[in-house]
Design a protein around this ligand. Sequence first.
Ligand code: GLU
Length: 589
Amino acid sequence: MTASDHVVTRFAPSPTGHLHIGGARSALFCWAFARRNGGRFMIRIEDTDQARSSDESARGILEDLAWLGIEWDDGPSLTLADGRVIGADSRPVGPYFQAQRVPIYHAYIEALVKAGRAYPAFEDAAELEAKRKAAVAAKQTYRYERPADVKPGVFNAARWERAQSGEPHVVRFLALHEEIIVPDQVLGDVRIAAGELDDFVILKADRFPTYHFAVVIDDELMGVTHVLRAQEHLANTPRHVAMQKALVRLPQHSPPGSESRATPFRTPVYAHMPLIFNVDGTKMSKRDKAKAARAALQAKIKQEPALTADVLAPRLGAAAPDIAGFLAKDNDSLEVATAISRVFGVALPEIEVADFRAAGYLPEAICNYLALLGWNPGMKTEDGKDLEKFDNAFLAEHFSIERIGKTNSKFDRNKLLSFNGDAIAALSDDAFIDRWMAWMREFEPAAADRIGAVPRDRLAALAAAIKPRAKTLREGLKSAAFLLRDDEATDFEAKAVEKHMRADDGRGVKLLREFRETLNALLDWSPAGLAAHLDAFAQANGLPNPGPIAQPLRIALTGAAVSPGLGETMAVIGRLSCLKRIDTCLHAV
Ligand code: GLU
């Protein structure tokens, strides 16, 4: 391999929202393939749809990629919290935002028009729409009909002049009558019969290129050798190949010394990856959030028919017609869905990387799980099972296109959750505290203030207690909720109080009172010391197990009869607060 044909892959998101989990999978595979082959991984922001693109979304996507550990060699630069800059050593093939490359696209449009392989077209949208409708009515597939004055390979100067004089127009690619072959490394050669492609638009009326055109120009000029993307793009690829066959590099983009020869565009290696579906077979999309929120709201309305759109409007902070439309499936408004989730405590499915981040997933668990969606290393563990647990370094060493599957993948949330739980459990106590606190500062700042004030050695005891059971960092916070409790809080769960404290003539209350007396003199306030003390107390009182004292104690300390291990819980709360909480409880029940 020479330096010039080093592997270059690219992830090319359109900045019209957050990074979808499927997009993260594409990026991960492109990254891994580049790493495996000693190549470069590039990010290009495809923002030619001006109305839907935003810088904010581009930035969010870059941040999510960085968070996942999918770092790019070439692309927009991103400064991380620690001052490190990703993309600082990019090859000089930018700008990496397509909206900044418009003059380049215009130059190639002109070259194609002059070569008789593209032409300005002047029909207005209404005219085309009428033709499309007529075709549909006649049960025919609509195809744009090439004007009679346009001939393959012949520069149509009259049309070009009309366009140059400012007449509104689009530019269309002139598709030859020829078979197109998309060489795909996952699916094999995909053949499109001659005559299937029509003259599609490559420059829009707003002077921006279409996605198809920009992607072909950029993949060539940016030296992309391998295009790994989801199968939903496969239908577009024949157009891309047709354009690659028609285009040659302009002199200013040609390799030095090649001025006298034309440098034709290459067709990169394509690998279209399987789609990601929900376990129920539906396509995984942003709409799933609306679906979940709608089902929950409909169930609520069934119970409480008085909840009309008008009644709901002020509660949800949304307009009544929007809510009615949402319920009738006329819209999938994310705002309405989010409001329903907030007001009625309905959990919405995570779809975007940002959702998983907020829910307390670890990036390494997400990457590990995503790597298995459409790929597997084909290796066995020591006990003969399929090897499924690995990190990005392993992926960078073993990833190959040959092992990408052809069939659709299922996004199994339970499996991801269990991967995440395992990843959390595998953290050292210290690492857990650091990452848990960092997550909390971002998503639950009030809790971070309270828990951050607990001394580090006590937090270590807490970490040991909650880590093995927390499937997400958010779940960890739920089990640590007792730490956020006020020592004077009196909201003790009534059923638990009845069962564990008042029953049997207040046996639990009595035991708790006696236990409290033993605490003042207790020297060893460590988790182990406290646990041993609890056992000794149970034994001294002739209890067959610590349950009869442990449950009242839990209620007193946390308000409920479930908590992490009592030794750890008491150690974290601290002696003074423990005593206060027990006193509060003994007064209140
Ligand atoms: N901008 C396209 C998208 O976000 C990228 C398609 C491609 O990888 O070529 O879907």
